[in-house]
Design a protein. Structure first.
Length: 208
């Protein structure tokens, strides 16, 4: 029987593309903003495209903040945060004034470069990963694996042990993190072809 993976619908994210990928790796995706339905899921995906404060406001308006914290912290339901969804798992962001979900000890910073580094923000494009430690998230992947990024902000983890891999744009930044039931990826696995599909496969079928 396929695992039921709930893609959290709060009005911000590439939900259709994510569901397609989840089906391809053998999951049974559902799209929901109902706390009771999320509570019946085996695993959760928190997508996200847009502004941090607006996303948190939407989650509060849907009554999902306390639900997600309880499911992940108390029930240890695995969650995968994607792009902005990864940032929402953190404590706070320089993009706004609201608190994040606080599921991992990290804060979100804006890319800021000195005048002699001529790089555009947002960072857009394909990047290799530099793997920091073994993780079920990246089983079957290596430093040659390439992922697609679109973001103006990046995660700064309080504990280096949470960092699974880094990428570089002007300076190294956290590309993915993991602690217990909490996984986050700054890239878009749903746009990253076979490498992204492998991340979804690892999340659905691995020890997440």
């Amino acid at each position: 029987m396929a695992l039921k993976v709930a893609v959290i619908d709060y009005g911000m994210g590439n939900i259709g593309s994510i569901c397609k990928m989840l089906r391809l790796v053998g999951a049974d995706p559902i799209v929901s903003s109902e706390p009771a339905e999320l509570g019946r899921a085996d695993k959760l995906v928190l997508p996200g495209v847009g502004h941090f404060d607006r996303a948190m406001s939407n989650l509060h308006a849907a009554g999902l903040v306390d639900t997600l914290v309880e499911l992940v912290q108390t029930k240890q339901t695995p969650i995968l945060g994607i792009c902005l969804g990864m940032q929402l798992l953190c404590m706070s962001s320089e993009e706004g004034s609201q608190s994040g979900l606080g599921l991992l000890g990290a804060r979100v910073r804006r890319f800021a470069f000195s005048s002699d580094i001529r790089l555009k923000v947002p960072h857009m494009g394909w990047r290799d990963l530099k793997i920091a430690r073994p993780s079920a998230m990246l089983t079957g992947l290596d430093d040659a694996s390439r992922f697609y990024f679109v973001h103006s902000y990046y995660v700064d983890c309080s504990n280096d042990a949470d960092v699974v891999a880094r990428a570089s744009y002007g300076h190294p930044f956290v590309a993915c993190f993991a602690r217990n039931a909490v996984w986050g990826v700054q890239f878009h696995p749903e746009k990253s072809h076979r490498f992204g599909m492998k991340v979804f496969q690892n999340f659905v079928h691995g020890d997440a």
